[in-house]
Design a protein around this ligand. Structure first.
Ligand SMILES: Cc1ncc(C[n+]2csc(CCOP(=O)(O)OP(=O)(O)O)c2C)c(N)n1
Ligand code: SF4
Ligand SMILES: [Mg+2]
Length: 451
């Protein structure tokens, strides 16, 4: 056991000779003259590194000590690293009941008897999968840099988003979506907001499979299963028929996938939009033809591997929002299952508007994207936070309003959760990042111009 630290150091040097990437039991980032040193492990380090950069840009001498070897803990090296540092903040994404964060406890014990130890703070951050952002860590530096040391661990994470949401039971259990599918979750919110006075038109897609046919449908509103080409046309006809019966207030809800929206149903949708038919059209955008086995659609983004693009798609995702905006329809919005209150609010708003409303919902598809069955919402959240799938509204084709106005993360975390990008090299990743940055900049410009 006593030799593990030395052996790990040697293995790290050998690895560095072969790859140029240094790994060591303890790794330092901008730590030389740090007056405040973050100490953490694992995935928290990437976020902490960015926070250190931002703090340094703003004149705070922050640094990071990454603990790679936890058992056995490299105690002497740790003691040397921390002696003389004015303030150390241990970030634990774990909780040992009765004790607190395990790294904090170990470091507290390791520092026993050290001359000139740091003021140590043990912060429990991100426990239970709660997101910890760069801004959160920056704020912790400001909150704790001058605070007196506390022996007790401190819970610091933001509360989980509390969703003010009352499920009206418009979407029944027993549906056949893949377990963990974010489309089923979104469907629940959408049907809830649309209410009883509605008629649905569903294009062949996962939503058609999820809802199923009469009398076993999971939706509590009447649903017409249309063709892939004609969902918007069918919805237009139904709306006109209802209007002729004096049921002008009945919502006609069209549910389609991206294949049925960007490709095969585009002609009917464009015609309906040009006529400004009074329909609420939802596109569940899972970026491919998923219920037929995961082929690419024109919504599939660059470089994503699908059943029909085994080496990655070579063209960009079609910008359907701008195409629809060019029709000057009253309302277009993007939504995500990671932001359910926002989704509900946009459906509610769309219901009050007469004319064609189109709402896109980001759906990370579990088998299609190679996402773990508990990670659809997390993936969607990272899609929003990295600006891959910005949340915004376009009114009358010209007024752009950002719902989430900041892009706070690089795309790496979003890509890492998906197998469809697993063969992407650094060059490909950089190209994709550049594409996202470019699209984001244009969007912000539009939103700015509108304001
Ligand atoms: C004209 C036509 N072509 C092909 C099909 C077969 N088909 C049924 S659903 C589907 C995939 C639709 O993909 P998308 O709209 O993205 O929905 P998802 O399955 O991804 O939810 C296809 C190709 C069809 N029904 N009609
Ligand atoms: S294939 Fe994808 S979108 Fe369709 S039900 Fe499964 S997870 Fe949901
Ligand atoms: Mg699809």
């Amino acid at each position: 056991m006593a030799q593990v630290e030395t052996a790990t150091e040697q293995a790290g040097r050998d690895w560095s000779d072969m790859t140029g990437r240094l790994t060591a039991p303890l790794e330092y980032y901008r730590a030389e003259d740090a007056e405040i040193l973050f100490v953490t492990m694992g995935s928290m380090c990437g976020t902490a590194r960015q926070a250190v950069d931002r703090l340094r840009e703003n004149g705070v001498a922050a640094g990071l000590l990454k603990v790679r070897l936890f058992r056995p803990l490299p105690i002497e090296t740790l003691r040397d690293a921390l002696a003389g540092v004015p303030c150390a903040i241990v970030l634990d994404r774990n909780y040992s009941p009765g004790m607190g964060g395990v790294l904090h406890q170990e470091i507290q014990a390791a520092l026993f008897g050290v001359q000139n130890p740091p003021r140590l703070h043990g912060l429990l951050a991100g426990v239970g999968g709660v997101n910890v952002s760069v801004e959160d860590i920056e704020k912790l530096a400001h909150d704790y840099r001058n605070a007196a040391q506390s022996m007790q661990p401190i819970w610091v994470t933001r509360r989980m988003e509390k969703i003010e949401y009352k499920d009206e039971g418009k979407f029944c259990s027993g549906h056949v979506a893949c377990a963990g599918c974010a489309e089923a979750l979104s469907m629940r919110v959408i049907l809830n907001e649309v209410g009883d006075d509605a008629v649905g038109v569903v294009a062949p897609s996962c939503s058609a499979v999820i809802l199923g046919g009469h009398p076993m449908s999971a939706a509590k509103i009447p649903v017409l299963h249309g063709t892939l080409e004609s969902a918007a046309a069918s919805a237009s006809g139904i709306k006109r028929a209802l209007k002729a019966q004096g049921r002008d207030d009945t919502t006609v809800l069209c549910l389609a996938g991206d294949g049925g929206t960007y490709d095969i149903g585009l002609q009917a949708l464009s015609s309906a939009a040009e006529r400004n038919e009074d329909i609420l059209y939802i596109c569940f955008d899972n970026e491919g033809y998923m219920n037929t086995g995961g082929q690419k659609s024109s919504s599939t983004p660059s470089k994503a591997v699908t059943g029909s693009t085994p080496l990655g798609k070579t063209t960009r995702k079609k910008n359907m929002i701008e195409i629809l905006a060019a029709h000057r329809i009253p309302y277009i919005a993007t939504t995500s299952p990671s932001h359910l209150s926002d989704m509900a609010a946009k459906i509610k708003k769309a219901k009050t508007i007469r004319g064609t409303k189109v709402i896109f919902v980001l759906i990370p598809c579990l088998p299609g994207w190679g996402v773990a069955d508990n990670a659809a919402v997390k993936t969607a959240r990272l899609g929003v936070e990295s600006g891959v799938f910005p949340l915004f509204e376009v009114e009358n084709g010209v007024d752009y309003t950002m719902t989430v106005a900041q892009k706070t993360k690089p795309i790496d975390g979003y890509l890492a959760l998906q197998k469809r990008y697993r063969s992407l090299d650094d060059t490909g990743r950089a190209e994709l990042q550049a594409e996202v940055d470019d699209t984001w900049a244009r969007l912000i410009e539009r939103a700015g111009q509108a304001g």
